[in-house]
Every structure is written in C-alpha cells, then in structure tokens.
Ligand binder design. Sequence first.
Ligand code: S3P
Length: 435
Amino acid sequence: MNRLDWSSQPGRPLRGRVQVPGDKSVSHRALMLAAIAEGDSRIRGFLEGEDTRATAAVLAQLGVRIETTTAGERVVHGVGLHGLRGVSQPLDCGNAGTGMRLLTGLLAGQAFDSTLVGDASLSKRPMRRVTDPLTQMGARIDTREGLPPLHVHGGRSLHGIRYALPVASAQVKSALLLAGLYADGETGIVEPHPTRDYTERMLAAFGWPIRFEPGHASLEGGHVLHATDVDVPADFSSAAFFLVAASIVPGSELRLPAVGLNPRRTGLLQALRLMGADITIEQQRESGGEPVGDLVVRHAPLRGIELPEALVPDMIDEFPALFVAAAVASGSTLVRGAAELRVKESDRIASMAAGLRVLGASIEETPDGAIIHGGRLGAGSVESHLDHRIAMSFAVAGLVAGGPVLIHGCSHVATSFPGFLELANGCGFALRAVD
Ligand code: S3P
C-alpha cells in the first residue's frame, strides 16, 4: 500500500451537514448472512470501504454472485447454507479483523479447506481468541503461533458449546454464532460485558431462531436463512471524528444524518456529554431494526473526566478520537479497563500517546489505559501506524494545533472511511494530501 501522508491545520469553524458512510460492522455481516441465505438480498447503504470490499471479494471467490447495482448498494445472490465452494487460493481479508474473525467461524463448518490471509497490520492480530473456542466446537484451524494466516480445515463436524468469553468481543461472539449455524446442538455464549449485537439481530431478520439479550446469545444448528433486504445505518464510529472535531473548534455546528445509535456503539456520546459536549439527537427512529437518529453537535468547552469503565466496550473503536478530545480539554482524563486497545489495528494506546506527545501533550500510558492531561497542542509530525482511526484522529487534532500536523501513512483511512478528506474539507477542515 502506498504511503499517503496528510497535513492538517486549523481551518474555519465546522458547519453544515455531514453524511458519513455506512456502518462497517453491519456491512460485513449483511454480506456474509446474505451469501449463505436462500434467495437474493439487497444491501442499501453498504460501506464502500476496503475492509468490506475485501469481504465481498472473499465471498465472490467462494462462489457467491454479488452485484454492485450502484455505489453503496449490493445485491447478493445467496447460495444457501451449504452452497459455498472452496478454492485453493488464499482468501485475502486485507486490514479487516472483523472480516477475518467472522469468516473463520463461517468457514469452520464448511466441507472444504480455506486459507485466510491479511495485510501487515492484520497479520499481527491475535486469532486464538476465535480459534480456541472454535476448536472446542470440533473445528481444526492452523495458525502461525496464534497469528494469521489461518488454515481452516473443512469436513469437520461441529458441535455446539457453551462458552464464556474471556474478553468482551463481538467478533469472537459472532464467529461462534456463525459456526453454530453448522453445529449439532446449541451454541451458547456469555459475555463479560455486552457487545454489539448486530449478528444476533441480523440472524433474526434472516429468519434464524436465536435467543439473545445483552450479554447472552444462543442458537441451534439446522435451520435456514431466508434472504432479506438490509438498510445499513451511517457508522457511528465514522461520525465520532466529527463529533469531537465540532466539539473542540469554536463556532462549529454540524448535523450528521441517520447515524446508527445501537446502544452498544454510542459510549462516546455519553463520554463526550460527561465532558461537557453539546450533542443532541433529533428525529430518533428505527431503520432496518436498528435505532438511528440525526446527531447535531455544537462547539462546547470540554473538561477532563474519569471515564466510567462500563462505557469502554460501548466505545471501543472511539478511543483515538476521545484521546484527542481529552488532550485539549481542561483538566485530566483517566481511562482504565481498555487493554483491548492494544490489539486493534495498532496498539492504540501507544500510537495515540506517541503522536500526542509529539504535539506537546502530556500523557501517561498505563497497561490498560492512559492519563491524559489537557492543554494546547502544537505542530508536529506523527505516525498513523497503519491504523485508519489513528490517522483520522490526528486530522482532528490538526484543527486545534498551533501549526500543521503532518500525518504519515493515511492510505488505510480507505478501509473504513473512503472520502473522509473531501467530506472533512467540505465542512471546514484544512486537510490536504502531501508528497
Ligand atoms: C467489531 C467489533 C469490535 C470492533 C471492531 C468491529 C465487529 O472488535 O473493535 O472494529 O464488527 O464485531 P472486538 O469485537 O474484537 O472488540
């Protein structure tokens, strides 16, 4: 991947309407369930990101016809639960942990072998969290000492297990539920903290009997998925950068329409409000079985907080943006119980601490969080560490820095947020690609 660098500096107050792209988690799941359903499913609001396109390409390799009807829309011609066809070539999940972990669960129950590979960042991410419980279900998966590539053996007969997740992970839960579709008996999962329940909601929408409530999910094998259309809400995690940006730039007011407000995703909203942010939800409604609403955010002075640990799983992808808010707030912010940040697309505690320090912030790293002392940011040159959310967070930091923030390695932004630069500049950022 080429190393695209960005420069971000103070622009004008952020104003206007910002339509962020479709939800990544929902787009991945919609493709997978539609692929193994009976009949044709239309996915509207599909995220045209590299991560979700990689999942579409893998499913196409496995024999699923996926039509791009228009940008942001796919029609998936489902092949049924047992209709996927194996290939000898590796299946490339790109940068997508969600793609790789969920596909591992899906492929564990197939009649054929598969090899899943990923890019440099994904190749460093822990996979035992999925392969261990899948092995307990009867799967056989070879790893490179717990890391990708993964070789998933086919022709195994799976049986349901009752599994208490050691870490709160929607990806692991979803991988087990997908394997459970192919297993004899019941697959039951208990979580230490409830995580996003899109797989559960979507399985129900595709007609698979499933019992779930926050922290628990269980299903039995041997049913059929029936094609259905899916409306993908705008991704709260993409909206997050604009929520922080408008909060910290004086004179700003942004409207973000039709953002997904699943309660397992909106922890940042609560955290920012505790910090004094002015964010309102207008026209809250349901779309495709998910709560959505228009978010209106206005500038407000932010103060540091002791982040309630219970919010951590509900904002697990939003910490890079939160760190920027904390670095310019008055007072200190304490983050605890967020060790999972160390195994995301990069070690997000280390990546943010390193970059913020370059910009002059005072931040103490802890094994499971950080203490961020608010103040002023200056100019500097920071690394994205091949992590889309780190790159976008420093683009936000540049809005309030004393001079330009140069961000190295921004090409990965396209994994989750194609068009970020244009959308950001459209509402008042001063962000440009540099040679
Ligand atoms: C995701 C779950 C989260 C999140 C990731 C997407 C999903 O990961 O960080 O970006 O779609 O299930 P974990 O489940 O590993 O916490």
